[in-house]
Design a protein around this ligand. Structure first.
Ligand SMILES: [Zn+2]
Length: 363
């Protein structure tokens, strides 16, 4: 049985553990979500890498203050070629992107455990748990480069997971779909990515979310493609429907901010999906999230993506992506990736107390 099937078959829903396995080259992403006992797994992961090599020194723990939250950062034993400050800047960039999208960091306190991987390059996978406000464990190759950290999307993806309640496996598509859809948009809004590149990637990758033969809807088709990109397709359609109904005054972002404001974050294990969607809909004055869920949850719903891109003013001419700002829905496209505020939050800070300067005693 392939590894992915084995893991899917072994799912136990008692809390969230999102495990992403990915390639380290270019834009290749292979991911899966694994539900298990969050508390025991998070603690086991933290203790395991804390004790794996007691002879090797660890980098200093840090407390990072970000808008609306605090991130406790610890390192498993090991080292990096790049300075510690470069690794911390990578975490801060991801936190700023998510804070920009949601208006503030989604939880008041979370923990990040960075695990140096001897002899390797790149960022390998992330795992985020809901316990205690949140805990993300993320292995990073000791030879990771500044460029790889600058390009990385995984840390932002993991932080997006903090912004929605813990869901059972049946609804894994909403958790992974949101993280897949929001991550690049958040980075554009924080001016860490160019909008053109994000739309280009969406045009390339979104077809993976279309239902294939035998599909039984998002709640009942637990393939990688339908979980990540099927969920992202739900998000894109929801965003566009909300914008059409509200004359582009509201979008999915407003709904997601409302869910966080109502306390719908990953540390909540007793929320129903319908409850979160209802709160989101109330924020936009529509029923888009609930109605779209009813449409897509138990049956395959194909989306005419070529037509959708055309309406958004994203077309291909001679192999090049061309943007048409006179297209029917061009304003919606511009609003989705536009900055929600006049002055986006910045990555760097001149204030010493905001730049991860405080050391903690080691565990
Ligand atoms: Zn994920």
């Amino acid at each position: 049985m392939p590894l992915m099937q084995k893991l899917w078959k072994g799912l136990v829903c008692a809390g969230v553990l999102c495990l992403i396995i990915l390639g380290t080259h270019g834009n290749f992403r292979t991911s899966l979500l694994h539900h298990t006992s969050a508390t025991s797994q998070a603690q086991a992961a933290a203790f395991a890498d804390a004790n794996q090599n007691a002879c090797v020194a660890s980098l200093s723990p840090q407390i990072m203050r970000v808008p609306g939250g605090v991130i406790d950062i610890t390192f498993a034993p090991g080292r990096f070629d790049v300075p510690e400050a470069t690794v911390l800047a990578w975490v801060r960039r991801a936190a700023i992107a998510v804070s920009t999208y949601y208006g503030h960091f989604p939880v008041r306190h979370t923990r990040v455990r960075i695990v140096p991987v001897e002899g390797e390059r790149g960022i390998f996978h992330g795992t985020t748990y809901g316990e205690g406000g949140g805990f993300t464990r993320i292995p990073v190759g000791e030879h990771v480069t500044t460029e790889q950290l600058d390009r990385d999307w995984i840390m932002t993806h993991e932080f997006v997971h903090l912004s929605f309640p813990d869901m059972p496996r049946q609804h894994a598509w909403i958790e992974e779909g949101l993280a897949t859809y929001v991550e690049p948009i958040a980075r554009v809004q924080a001016r860490q990515l160019k909008a053109a590149g994000v739309w280009s990637d969406l045009v390339r990758d979104m077809p993976q979310g279309e239902p294939q033969a035998g599909d039984e809807g998002l709640d009942y088709t637990h393939t990688w493609a339908r979980t990540y990109w099927g969920g992202a397709l739900y998000c894109l359609q929801a965003d566009l429907r909300i914008r059409q109904l509200t004359k582009n005054q509201k979008g999915l972002q407003d709904a997601l901010r409302a869910i966080v404001a109502a306390g719908g974050t990953l540390d909540k294990e007793d929320w129903q999906l319908e409850q979160a969607l209802r709160i989101g809909d109330q924020a936009t004055g529509t029923h888009v999230l609930e109605e779209l869920y009813a449409e897509m949850k138990a049956q395959p719903v194909a989306v005419d993506l070529p037509q959708l891109w055309k309406k958004l003013g994203v077309t291909t001419r001679g192999g090049q992506l061309v943007f048409d700002n006179d297209a029917q829905w061009a304003a919606a496209r511009l609003a989705i990736t536009g900055s929600p505020q006049a002055a986006p939050m910045t990555v760097a800070s001149n204030r010493e107390d905001e730049t991860a300067a405080e050391n903690q005693s080691r565990p």
